[in-house]
Design a protein around this ligand. Structure first.
Ligand SMILES: [Zn+2]
Ligand SMILES: [Zn+2]
Length: 212
């Protein structure tokens, strides 16, 4: 019997990964650049807070957070290692010099892996290991940038910190619906995609501190 390498369930297609795990792996890969961007506000917490809404800013910058910097490095390194393993297995020339900056390297590795997904899914004996590592990576980063998701009622994500024209804070309760990836305020319709969640949290904390 053919088992999916990731979920150990019977796979009627006889591939390395079942259709559900293939789709999930693709989606995780596609989400990684946004998750990577979502870590940015965590790098230097004090400079991320207070800018963009009031335009005042003015906090003295704290040193960059090493653990977040490391995690971003791990993301890039992991993806590049897998891409180079795939290319080697397929007898392809390794990419020459890395021309792009770190951010560009992550996008390039994701693009490359997505291009190889059909082959990985059908033929690669390492497909399960690869898919498992991508799942763990996405989960690790998500646990930092996004709150835990309540799959039944939708997760309460605090209150909307959008500032209206009159200078007042919106304050409506935000929820992330099951299966949705963007938090949308029902009251003022501001959209909060994953890349903004760290900033969202920072503003909420700021509002809470101001209210206290
Ligand atoms: Zn599976
Ligand atoms: Zn709102």
């Amino acid at each position: 019997m053919d088992l999916c390498q990731l979920c150990d369930q019977h796979d009627p297609t006889g591939s390395q990964l079942c259709p559900a795990c293939t789709t999930a792996t693709r989606v995780r890969l596609e989400c990684l650049p946004a998750l990577y961007d979502g870590l940015l506000p965590f790098l230097a917490p004090s400079s991320a807070i207070g800018q963009g809404r009031s335009g005042k800013g003015g906090h003295a910058p704290l040193p960059v957070r090493e653990d977040i910097l490391d995690l971003r490095g791990v993301m890039v390194g992991t993806l590049e290692d897998w891409l180079s393993a795939v290319r080697q297995e397929r007898g392809m020339r390794q990419h020459p010099a890395r021309r792009r900056g770190v951010d560009g390297r992550l996008d390039a590795a994701v693009e490359g892996l997505l291009r190889h997904m059909p082959w990985i899914t059908v033929s690669w004996s390492e497909a399960g290991l690869f898919a498992g590592e991508i799942r763990d990576l996405a989960r690790d980063v998500q646990s930092i940038v996004a709150p835990a998701v309540d799959t039944v009622r939708g997760t309460r994500i605090g209150t909307c910190p959008a500032v209206h024209d009159d200078g007042g804070v919106c304050g409506a309760v935000l929820r992330l619906g099951h299966g949705e990836t963007v938090v949308r305020c029902d009251w003022c319709s501001t959209a909060w995609p994953p890349a903004t969640w760290a900033q969202l949290k920072a503003w909420q904390d700021e509002d809470q501190a101001a209210a206290a």
